[in-house]
Design a protein around this ligand. Structure first.
Ligand SMILES: Nc1ncnc2c1ncn2[C@@H]1O[C@H](COP(=O)(O)OP(=O)(O)OP(=O)(O)O)[C@@H](O)[C@H]1O
Ligand SMILES: [Mg+2]
Length: 472
C-alpha cells in the first residue's frame, strides 16, 4: 500500500551500529522502491553520492554518541537530511538539537510515523535538488494591513535611520529587512544578516570586530568582522533581544563612535552601515526588567515596524500567499483546487508565513510526484501538515527551552545549564576536559551538573566514573 508519494528512486543511508534498525526500517518501507545503503563504514568508503538523487539518512542515536562516528560531517557536507532514532530521553538530549539533526523518531517508531517523516524530508530534499528559481519570490500581500507595513518600509528605505522590526516567528521580518536594504541607496553594498542568538559567548568579538593577523592561535590571516563587512551596506541583527547585556554595551559603543578595532589591532577603522534589528520579544518589557539596555533600545528603535501575524491578516492573504507560493515552486500557472484553498483560508497558522510556505512546499511536491492534483493525497498531506503544526518549526535553541520544562531552575540556572551542556558536548562529555574549558574544578562541575539536572553521559570506557569525594 503506497500511502505516500514516496515510491520513487530514493537513496536511504542507514547507520545502525549494533542495532537491527536497518531491517526494521526496510520492513516499514517494504512497499517502496528505496535504495538502501548500509553506511556503517568510514564515509570515505561509501559509494560516491549521486547528487541528482534524493537522499535521506537514518542514524541510530547510539552511533551518534560513539566518538568515532564521523558520518555527521559527511552528511552535513552532502546536505542530506537526517532522522535520529533515539530513546525518548536521548531525544531530549541537547546534543540532538543541532539544526541538521533536529528530526527524531522514537526507538519504537511505527511504520506510519517513519513514512510521514520521510515524506516531509523528501519534500525538503527534493526542493534542494531543484535548481533555485531564477527570480526570488516577490514580497506578496493581499491584505491592507500588511500592505501598509510594506509601504512604510519602502518609505523608510530612503532614509538611513536605524529600524527595529517587531513580529512573531516566521512573519517575514527578514524579508522586510531585505526590502529596507534593497530599496535604499545602500542596495549595491552588502546585506549582512546575523542571528544574535546563535553567537557563542566567547566568539562575539571575533565575529563582530574581526581580528588582525596573529591575534590569537590559529588566526593565520586578518579577518573583517560583521561591522566592517556591512560597511556601505546594511547590518541586520536578528533576535537582538538575545544579545546579553555585556555584548549590548559593545554594540552601543560602535553605534556611538562609528569605529571598530579588530582584535589584536590598534588601528581604529571607520564603519558606515545602516542598522536594522529584529526581535520577537517585547523589548520595552525587557528594558523594564533590566535585561535590555534602555540607551541601546532607543538607538535601535528610531523607526519601528510591527509585522502582523498571518492570522491577523485575514483569509484572503493566506489564499493569495498559498497560491503564489505553490505556482512559484511548480514554476507553472497551474492552480491548486478550490476546495484546498478554501481549507487553507480557514486554517490557523501559528507559525505564520514560514509554516504556510512549508505547507505550500508539501502540496507542490504531491502535485509534482502525482502528475495531477490528486485529492486524496492532497487531503492526506494537508492533514499531516496540520498534525505537525507547531508555533514554530525552527529548531529550538537551548536558551529557548522554557524553564518550566526544568522545574526548580531559574532563568540564570537555565543559562548556566546551557553553558555547561555546550562545554560537555564540545569535550565529548569528558569531565576533566570540560571542567578545564569552563575554568572550574572537576568537583565543582560534578556538583553543578547534579544541581542543574544534567544527566551524565560520560561512558565508563572513556574515563573512570568519579565521585565528588574522589576529585580535588
Ligand atoms: N509577504 C511575503 N511574501 C512572500 N514570502 C514571504 C512573505 N513573508 C515571509 N515570506 C517567506 O516566509 C519565510 C519566513 O520569512 P522570514 O524569514 O522573513 O521571517 P522571520 O520573521 O524573519 O522569521 P524568524 O522569526 O523565524 O526569523 C521566508 O521563506 C520568506 O521568504
Ligand atoms: Mg528571521
Amino acid at each position: 500500500m503506497n500511502d505516500t508519494p514516496l515510491n520513487q528512486d530514493f537513496d536511504l543511508y542507514i547507520w545502525e551500529g549494533s542495532s537491527d534498525l536497518g531491517s526494521r526500517v526496510m520492513r516499514s518501507l517494504a512497499d517502496f522502491d528505496i535504495n538502501l545503503i548500509r553506511a556503517d563504514a568510514e564515509p570515505e568508503l561509501l559509494p560516491a553520492r549521486d547528487t541528482g538523487r534524493t537522499a535521506i539518512a537514518i542514524v541510530s542515536a547510539s552511533v551518534m554518541t560513539d566518538p568515532r562516528f564521523r558520518g555527521q560531517d559527511w552528511l552535513r557536507a552532502q546536505a542530506i537530511p537526517v532522522i535520529w532514532v533515539a530513546a525518548h530521553d536521548r531525544a531530549q538530549d541537547p546534543r540532538f538539537f543541532p539544526p541538521a539533526y533536529s528530526n527524531t523518531l522514537p526507538l519504537q517508531f511505527n511504520a506510519a510515523d517513519l513514512r510521514a517523516l520521510l515524506f516531509r524530508l523528501a519534500g525538503i530534499a527534493q526542493a534542494t535538488l531543484r535548481p533555485a528559481p531564477a527570480r526570488p519570490l516577490p514580497l506578496v500581500t493581499g491584505s491592507p494591513i500588511m500592505q501598509s507595513v510594506i509601504d512604510e518600509a519602502r518609505m523608510y528605505a530612503a532614509c538611513d535611520n536605524n529600524v527595529l522590526i517587531h513580529g512573531a516567528t516566521g512573519v517575514g521580518k527578514e524579508r522586510i529587512a531585505r526590502l529596507l536594504h534593497d530599496a535604499s541607496h545602500r542596495a549595491a553594498g552588502s546585506f549582512i544578516a546575523v542571528n544574535c542568538g546563535a553567537i557563542p559567548d566567547g566568539l562575539f568579538e571575533a565575529h563582530f570586530f574581526g581580528h588582525a593577523k596573529g591575534a590569537f592561535t590559529g588566526a593565520a590571516g586578518s579577518h573583517k568582522g560583521y561591522f566592517e563587512q556591512a560597511h556601505g551596506g546594511t547590518l541586520f541583527l536578528d533576535e537582538i533581544g538575545d544579545l546579553p547585556l555585556h555584548q549590548q554595551v559593545k554594540l552601543l559603543r560602535v553605534l556611538e563612535q562609528n569605529t571598530v578595532t579588530r582584535l589584536g589591532a590598534t588601528q581604529e577603522i571607520i564603519v558606515d552601515f545602516r542598522l536594522v534589528s529584529a526581535t520577537h520579544v517585547d523589548l520595552p518589557a525587557q528594558v523594564a526588567a533590566g535585561r535590555f539596555r534602555e540607551d541601546l533600545y532607543y538607538r535601535l528603535a528610531v523607526i519601528e515596524l510591527d509585522i502582523p501575524d498571518l492570522d491577523a491578516r485575514g483569509p484572503a492573504e493566506k489564499v493569495l500567499l498559498f497560491r503564489t507560493l505553490v505556482r512559484h515552486i511548480l514554476e507553472s500557472t497551474d492552480e491548486p483546487p478550490v476546495w484546498l484553498t478554501e481549507r487553507i483560508a480557514n486554517m490557523a497558522f501559528p507559525g505564520n508565513v514560514r509554516q504556510l510556505a512549508n505547507l505550500a512546499e508539501r502540496i507542490a511536491l504531491v502535485r509534482r510526484l502525482c502528475g495531477h492534483w490528486d485529492d486524496d493525497r492532497l487531503e492526506r498531506a494537508l492533514r499531516q501538515a496540520m498534525q505537525a503544526t507547531a508555533p514554530s518549526r525552527t529548531p529550538l535553541r537551548l536558551s529557548q527551552i522554557p524553564s518550566t520544562s526544568m522545574p526548580g531552575l531559574s532563568e540564570a540556572d537555565v543559562i548556566e545549564r546551557e553553558r555547561i551542556l555546550q562545554a560537555l558536548a564540545q569535550n565529548d562529555w569528558r569531565r576533566q576536559a570540560t571542567a578545564d574549558t569552563l575554568g572550574i574544578s572537576r568537583k565543582s562541575l560534578w556538583e553543578r551538573m547534579r544541581r542543574l539536572m544534567i544527566e551524565d553521559k560520560e561512558t565508563e570506557d572513556r574515563e573512570t566514573v568519579d565521585s565528588p569525594a574522589e576529585s580535588e
